[in-house]
Design a protein around this ligand. Sequence first.
Ligand code: AMP
Ligand code: ZN
Length: 212
Amino acid sequence: MTNHAYIILGPPGSGKGTQAQEISKLLNLSHISTGDIFRSIVGQDSPFGQEVAQILKSGQLVSDDITNQLVANRLAEPDAVNGFVLDGYPRNINQAKYLNTLRPELTAIYFKLSDEAVVQRLSGRRTCPTCNRIYHIKYSPPKVEGVCDDDGSHLIQRTDDTEGIIRTRLQTYHQQTELILEFYQHLGKLIELDGTPPIPEVTAKLRVTLGI
Ligand code: AMP
Ligand code: ZN
């Protein structure tokens, strides 16, 4: 096993998804986003999908039992055995401890961003429903408005990227997710980067930091 195992931490809208996509491309690792996995479950027309849809719409977290099991299964797949970039997980101490039992060797990358910047970023965010590429109407727009550069799909706004739900997600982040920063800091595994500058600048800093 290599230790090309990365977890990406930071508030919603801090650039986690975009930077995770960059690192996974550069290092040829699988990008595993629990948010994307849950959104694909929502897309399946099943009772479980409807249950998950309600949770996502509320801005709360899916239960640890479900989430941990899903991550354990995904990390056991062949493409993840030699490394991965995990984005959106862990989201609380329970999940962080569980991940430690699965893969103790990892690097945690934290993108710091203020609440005001989060709201601004998320309200302009658009995503491709086909390839999950992330855009921003002002900061990283597609070449043609509303259309994915890579596959021509019509871009969508996530149902949880609206003002009220953004506030709830931020609250969840401050109450539960922020605590795990300390957890990784104590383990000496935390790299902190300022997520405020434009995305390409943050990517450049990240590459220098990781030596990639
Ligand atoms: P994200 O795309 O990472 O912002 O995740 C979107 C939503 O999926 C979150 O607001 C949660 O409802 C759910 N979710 C994603 N990852 C997790 C996780 N690790 N634990 C619990 N819920 C999660
Ligand atoms: Zn696309």
